[in-house]
Structures are given as C-alpha cells and as structure tokens.
Design a protein around this ligand. Structure first.
Ligand SMILES: [Mg+2]
Length: 273
C-alpha cells in the first residue's frame, strides 16, 4: 500500500505538493467502481467559514469593542463546537442553539448580555456573518473541471441557511442535489445522510466520492457509508492516521479523478502529483 504523502515530501516538491500521492483504492475498500458523482461538504469546504466568522464577529464586537477579536473568535469557536453539535443531535432547536452560543461566548469573553437579549446579539453577528459569505478561491476552477460528473452537497445545518449560503456563493445551480441535515433529521457522520444523497442522485454509494474539511464527520463518515472520500485538509494539519487521503486545496481534486470514455474512473491508482 502506498503510504500517505508526508508533510516533508510535500514541502520538498517544487510545486509544494506531494511527490507521492495516495491510491484511493488502497484507502477505500469500496472503490471498485468508476466514480460517478462527487459530493461536497459546504462550510469550510466551499464557503470560507473563517472569513464569514470574522465578518460576523466584527459586527458583534461593535457592542463590546473592549474584547479582542482573537479572543472573541476563539470563544466563538468553542461555543459553536459545543452548541452546534447539540443542535445537530436534536437536543436544541436552531434558535436555542443560537441563544446558547451567545450565552457561552459572553461568559468566555466576560461580556454581560442581559437575559432575553441573546437573539438580538446573535442577529448582529448573523448580519455580519451573512455579509461575509464568500467561496474559497479554488472552488470555481475545481467545479468547472468536474462538470462532467454528477455533483452534490451534503451539509450539516439549517436547510434555509445552507441554501442561502449556496445562493450567496452563486452556486445554487452548481449542484444537482443539496442535502441539509436540518431538512432530513440526521447529520453527518450518520451514514443515512450520505446514502440519501447517493439515492437522490441515482448513483450507488460506491461510485460516490465525498470531499470535506472534517476528517471524522465528512471523510470517515462517507467511507463508513460505503463511499470513497478525500479529506480537504486546508490547514495542512497532521493526520492522525492514513485511513483517508488528503488534499490541501480543491485545486488538487480534478487530478484525482481521471476521466475516460463517457464516465469518470476512480481516482488514479498511481501517484498523480
Ligand atoms: Mg465543513
């Protein structure tokens, strides 16, 4: 089995990319059929979530300019991780999760938010957040090269908000299928949400390739559902193991999927970089 490209050999390559890349068939036991569809995560995969959060936080910090932006963003991240998971699990409604996030965040940054004012504060964040919705620079080029494949999105979040994000990015027509956890009642990494996307596309799961920035809930979740997967490791983090291949930009994705005849074959079985 070809080992995962290491950080060091990636850096040694003249293009800054790995000299040796993964054989997806080695890493995904279900990769026996030609890839017919590529499914994408949305936040931090297509949409630059960091930029959006910074925009939202700048709007929120107008209320409390004494709080540093870095501390505020770190606290927001912590509050999100805690309460968005509870929303996905069905423990909180979307609105309740917003209230809980403001409560946790304000405690972390030592800002007083009067009881009952949480949604007003959140709305300030939301306005800035929505104004900051932009696609990563590598999205358009990658999608244009993958146009011959069936394309879809599988995203955790409120359906109306996730579709609004795609519209803001100009991508509402780019995907044949958009599955939002808030609409269907289960969230990644639940295999059912991946299987639902494959079913709606009419493509067997083992002919779907999933791409997302969360290694566990995106890549490993998709593999557990019988798909192939690539971890979009934009921050070039150290992988804990070699169970799924990684790319650092969507610009690397089209080369992973070599096209032949009237369909696309599985990603190359030889190193392609
Ligand atoms: Mg994501």
């Amino acid at each position: 089995m070809t080992p995962t490209a290491t950080r060091s050999n990636r850096r040694n390559h003249p293009l800054g990319q790995p000299q040796q890349w993964l054989c997806l068939t080695d890493q995904n036991e279900h990769m026996n059929a030609a890839i017919g569809a590529i499914l994408f995560d949305l936040d931090d995969t297509l949409l630059d979530g960091g930029a959006a959060w910074r925009s939202g936080m700048d709007a929120l910090l107008v209320r409390c300019p004494e709080v540093s932006r870095a501390a505020a963003l770190e606290a927001w991240d912590m509050a999100f991780e805690e309460h968005f998971v509870r929303y996905l699990a069905g423990e909180l409604t979307f609105e309740e999760s917003r209230i809980a996030r403001i409560r946790s965040w304000s405690d972390l940054v030592s800002v007083v938010v009067p009881a009952g004012d949480e949604l007003s504060w959140f709305d300030d964040f939301r306005v800035g957040y929505e104004a900051g919705w932009v696609a990563f620079g590598d999205v358009e080029g990658a999608l244009s090269q993958l146009r011959r494949l069936r394309l879809g999105v599988v995203t955790n979040g409120d359906g109306d908000q996730q579709r609004a994000k795609l519209a803001a990015l100009g991508l509402e027509q780019a995907f044949e299928v958009v599955i939002c956890s808030g609409d269907v009642g289960f969230a990644k990494p639940d295999p059912r949400i991946f299987e639902l996307a494959a079913t709606r596309l009419g493509i067997p799961s083992d002919r779907c390739l999933f791409v997302g920035d969360r290694r566990d809930s995106d890549a490993l979740g998709a593999v557990a559902a019988g798909m192939s997967a690539v971890w979009l490791n934009r921050r070039d983090q150290e992988a804990p193991d070699e169970r799924v291949p990684a790319i650092v930009t969507l610009g690397q994705l089209p080369a992973l999927v070599s096209e032949t005849g009237d369909g696309a074959t599985r990603p190359a079985t030889k190193p392609v970089w």
